[in-house]
Design a protein around this ligand. Structure first.
Ligand SMILES: [Zn+2]
Ligand SMILES: [Zn+2]
Length: 347
């Protein structure tokens, strides 16, 4: 076993603290990665605090992992020592069901093996995430990262990047379409950059007027303040596609009203309370309300390659590991532009 240093929480009301644990030895198909950076995703906080239920403690969170390959198993073909490599939200899946065979392992019928707060396929060994010095992952679930981009800015692409890229591609957003992004946070800022890079006309829909300048800097063409109900009338029926990245409660009917005929509203944020949808919001204009969850390995690699080609990265604030608990509080307040990334050298 490989002794590994990390930061873990022992329970839902406990802070993250230094923690030592074992990783499995490098098997024939495994890659050992020395973690350079790990992003802080809002879902790390939800799980560390057991806000979704069923959390496994002690927990080392982190699923936006970027680093370098230190060692590979004897059967590994795609990686060699020194390569830049990444790990996202899952580290294994059944590999046999139709969703796995389609390359959409995030929807594995047996349940994907999450990078942390999950059990390995033996259904008894807990997985531990990226707030740690090293990770051992089967090469099939490891992503290649271009050395052209700074690793700390690439790390958030492994969750925030793919979460927004996948629905833009699945619903075939294209040049000239009018795309709305609801909420300008970790997910929203990636959605703006990606949609703009695909040639869409991007509008940020936000409750805070102070975000207008940043929205434009990130590539948005227009900004709409959603605290003013008049704006929903003014922009009614104008959008081809809206990506909703907000986790706070909000009225989806208002946003459905902004769609054109056959327009699609995709939810990637996770509010705690169920939404109330009026049937008329969908019937008039044959509108679609859909959801999306990260992306499969193939599409995540496609996204990383696309971002390397287009030079798209996340806007990050790099912190030492000792600032994790503070960063959690600031993430909850939305006080970050736009992703905290932990420098693992400080572990
Ligand atoms: Zn995440
Ligand atoms: Zn499967």
């Amino acid at each position: 076993m490989l002794r590994t240093k990390g930061y873990a929480t022992q329970g839902p009301t406990q802070p993250l603290q230094p923690f030592t644990f074992d990783r499995r030895d490098v098997g024939p198909n495994d890659v050992l990665i020395e973690i350079a950076y790990c992003g802080i995703c809002h879902s790390d906080i939800h799980q560390a605090r057991d806000e979704w239920g069923g959390s496994i403690f002690p927990m080392v969170p982190g699923h936006e992992i970027a680093g370098h390959v230190m060692q590979v198993g004897r059967k590994v073909k795609r990686f060699k020592k020194g390569d830049a490599a990444g790990v996202g939200c899952f580290v294994d899946s059944c590999r046999k069901c139709s969703n796995c065979k389609d390359g959409e392992e995030q929807f594995c019928e047996k349940g994907m093996v999450g990078t942390y707060n999950s059990l390995e396929k033996d259904r008894k060994s807990p997985t531990q995430g990226g707030y740690s010095s090293h990770i051992v992952v089967d090469e099939k679930y490891v992503l290649k990262i271009s050395k052209k981009l700074p690793l700390e800015k690439v790390a958030p692409l492994l969750c925030a990047g793919i979460t927004t890229y996948s629905p833009l591609r699945h619903f075939a957003v294209k040049k000239g379409q009018k795309v709305g992004v609801v909420g300008l946070g970790g997910l929203g800022h990636m959605a703006v950059k990606l949609a703009a890079s695909m040639g869409a006309r991007v509008t940020v829909l936000s409750t805070s007027a102070s975000k207008e300048k940043d929205a434009k800097r990130l590539g948005a063409h227009e900004f709409v303040l959603t605290t003013n109900p008049e704006n929903f009338k003014k922009h009614s029926g104008k959008f081809d596609f809206i990506l909703d990245a907000v986790s706070a409660p909000h009225d989806l009917n208002q946003y459905l009203g902004l769609l054109k005929k056959d327009g699609t509203l995709v939810i990637v944020g996770v509010p705690v309370k169920p939404a109330e949808i009026e049937a008329f919001s969908l019937i008039f204009g044959r509108k679609r309300l859909a959801g999306s969850l990260i992306g499969g390995i193939r599409e995540t690699q496609e996204m990383l390659d696309y971002c390397a080609k287009k030079k798209i990265t996340s806007d990050v604030e790099v912190i030492p590991v000792s600032k994790i608990n503070e960063a959690y509080e600031r993430t909850i307040k939305g006080d970050v532009k736009y992703r905290f990334v932990i420098d693992m050298k400080t572990l």
